[in-house]
Design a protein. Structure first.
Length: 328
């Protein structure tokens, strides 16, 4: 998987990344950041009836296994599904300026589900087409290169997050995927003002929860009753471990170095611009999911006072699923 991920998501072939260098891990201080309380609330909401007060040894076993996987990311990557075979070919074509919309349309036609996804996206409110787009070639033209890249990245990541077999992982997967989509969109919208690359921000948002899904797979395998311990200490440590694991897997898959760095450093006090976009996007996406799930009321201080005007505008755009289109 990792070789073609590097080729389609751009640029790592020109900047070699030494495999022996460990992925940057979020520091423990990140637990005290503004995102920690929101993240812990999200995990508690995800667990629902699967919550339990597991004893320290069971919780420690999970965290130890996540630490082991972070040092052997190839083993961690084996716990998530592969992506549809047609997508690498399409993303390589998007990097070739000589490939026409007709060429892309022919490649897309190999996958009827992908055809429907592209046409649906072209007709979404974001693109505001004056007439319905009914052909795959018309949809490709409407979305443009950047819109196509983001759509294909989203389609590629959906099975990685959503196709799970364990009871707990299967239960949480839909909401984890919803948060991932919203995080990717929010990060890409915030990136330009922060001086970051929107597509790399989008990738970082999609990639960020891969480690969390692996963590739920581990809990399914190790926990009594396949349930999630609920102590704030454990959940905070789980967030840090999952983010470190996401960064390690991103490095294993040879993602752009900036994406790997952003996942590892997003909650640092002096994070680089891409990491700032990811951290802000992650927080807004989590607040949006919690608000839509009824966990946070409209008058919650985090929603009323916790955002500036730019963040509020981005938060509002995450409300309607149909508006989760990607910009060109």
């Amino acid at each position: 998987m990792k070789k073609w991920l590097a080729q389609w998501f751009g640029g790592t072939h020109s900047v070699p990344v030494p495999a022996a260098v460990p992925a940057p891990a979020p520091r423990a201080a990140a637990l005290r950041g503004a995102g920690a309380e929101v993240g812990i609330a999200f995990l508690k909401w995800l667990a629902g009836p699967a919550a339990n007060e597991a004893q320290a040894p069971a919780a420690r076993l999970v965290l130890d296994e996540l630490a082991r996987l972070a040092h052997t990311p190839s083993a961690a990557a084996g716990l998530v599904p592969r992506v549809p075979a047609v997508i690498p070919q399409l993303l390589r074509s998007l990097r070739d300026d000589s490939v026409s919309a007709a060429d892309l349309s022919r490649q897309l036609s190999q996958d009827v589900v992908l055809v429907a996804e592209v046409i649906r996206e072209a007709n979404s409110p974001y693109y505001r087409s004056s007439t319905p787009v009914r052909t795959i070639e018309g949809a490709v033209v409407m979305l443009g290169q950047n819109g196509m890249r983001m759509l294909l990245a989203r389609v590629a990541f959906r099975p990685i997050i959503s196709m799970q077999t364990g009871r707990l992982a299967r239960q949480v997967a839909p909401q984890v995927w919803s948060q991932s989509e919203k995080c990717a969109l929010a990060a890409s919208l915030l990136a330009p003002a922060l001086g970051a690359n929107p597509f790399e921000a989008y990738l970082a948002g999609l990639m960020k929860n891969v480690g969390l899904i692996v963590a739920f797979r581990v809990i399914d395998q190790a926990g009594p009753g396949d349930s999630l311990p609920q102590s704030d200490g454990f959940l905070g440590a789980l967030l840090v471990s999952a983010r470190a694991l996401s960064a390690a897997i991103a490095r294993e898959w040879e993602f752009p170095p900036g994406v790997v760095q952003a996942i590892g450093q997003a909650w640092d006090a002096e994070a680089p611009p891409l990491a700032q976009a990811l951290a802000q996007g992650d927080r807004l996406a989590t607040l949006r999911v919690l608000a839509d799930g009824g966990v946070l009321g409209d008058d919650d201080p985090q929603l009323v006072d916790g955002m500036d005007a730019v963040q509020r505008s981005c938060f509002d755009k995450l409300h309607d699923k149909e508006n989760d289109a990607v910009p060109d």
